[in-house]
Design a protein around this ligand. Structure first.
Ligand code: SF4
Length: 327
């Protein structure tokens, strides 16, 4: 069975007045049927740009400058814009960060869901759309779904807006659901409810989920596999239990060490230094200015992937003599 999404050697750049910002630099990954893949990394690592490229939403001065993305059997980057747009909202959907801003403030929720649904289902009546939306709102634990359909976004909480966005994304029964920072800005209780909802969706929806987050706790809760990104490149990829039990890449290790422990006071371990400016990426391994294992070779040569057992791979000179090369 082909992967639901296959991305190969993707490059995305922004041609700004100050120079070329290379936001994504040759990344490759796949998402399988019924799988939840997490892409994790700090702000500016290229996670969201990767998703907008797959969705066909990179706007000038940005451009996809290399690689390909295949949704099932369809080569997205070779599609005419009209056909690509037809897939958005139907076969692949994206819930953007900050749902209260992503929703149209002057349209009632029911009208917004109706527009998305009937754009792709021309034959559907308003009544069909309404019934389907109410059904899905109840599935995402909104008890008074009919009332919510008549509300404006500002009348709903952040958690409710996030659920509405998920319903809009699921209306056409997509094969791929992209969730960009789904829990950001929500309080802890609502975050917990949302994570439970997303887990539950895996049983009720056929959509594979692609989760973009900086929060390893969210990843641990939801994902089957994780891709760790830094400065537009993949540093490591592994099944979730392998990543947490045996992280290989120094950046992954630093990310895991930086998670605050509730029962340990005064012990924060932030990663030293800052994410590099995308306009001035370091030579060699992009993580070398912050890496405590840095060697001379790291400053000049960007490492290749080394493949380990259990589907783990890491891009680091520390493992140059181990594993298999991933070409
Ligand atoms: Fe650190 Fe070198 Fe590995 Fe980069 S390649 S993560 S600098 S050890």
């Amino acid at each position: 069975m082909p992967a639901v999404l296959s991305v190969r050697d993707l490059h995305v750049a922004f041609f700004t007045y100050f120079g070329v910002v290379r936001a994504v630099n040759g990344i490759s990954f796949e998402i399988q049927a019924n799988e939840t893949l997490g892409i994790v990394g700090e702000s500016g690592s290229g996670k969201s740009v990767t998703a907008t490229a797959v969705m066909g939403l990179v706007e000038p001065p940005g451009a996809i400058t290399g690689g390909f993305a295949r949704l099932g059997e369809v080569d997205l980057f070779f599609l005419p814009e009209k056909q690509w747009a037809a897939l958005r909202g139907e076969r692949m959907t994206m819930c953007f960060q900050n749902p209260s801003r992503a929703l149209n403030p002057v349209l009632r929720i029911g009208e917004q869901i109706d527009r998305v649904y009937r754009r792709h289902r021309n034959e559907a009546s308003k009544q069909d759309a309404w019934q389907h939306a109410v059904h899905l709102l109840k599935e995402v634990n909104i008890a008074d779904a009919e009332r919510v359909m008549t509300r404006f976004p500002h009348q709903l909480s952040g958690g409710m807006c996030q659920r509405v966005m998920i319903v809009m994304a699921l209306m056409c029964d997509p094969t791929l659901l992209i969730l960009d920072e789904p829990t950001t800005g929500l309080d802890v209780t609502v975050q917990k409810q949302l994570l439970a909802l997303l887990r539950n969706l895996r049983g009720t929806s056929d959509a594979s989920q692609w989760l973009i987050t900086h929060d390893l706790g969210v990843v641990a809760n939801l994902c089957d596999r994780v891709v760790v990104m830094y400065a537009g490149q993949i540093m490591e990829e592994a099944p979730i239990d392998v990543l947490f039990s045996q992280p290989r890449h120094p950046y992954t290790c630093a990310l895991l060490e930086s998670i605050p422990q509730v029962n340990v006071r005064n012990q924060l371990n932030p990663i030293p230094g800052n994410v590099p400016e995308p306009l001035h990426l370091p030579s060699g391994c992009p993580f070398h200015p912050r890496c405590k294992h840095v060697m001379d070779v790291c400053r000049t040569v960007n490492p290749e992937f080394v493949v380990f057992e259990q589907g783990q791979r890491a891009c680091c000179h520390l493992y140059a003599q181990q594993g298999d090369r991933d070409v």
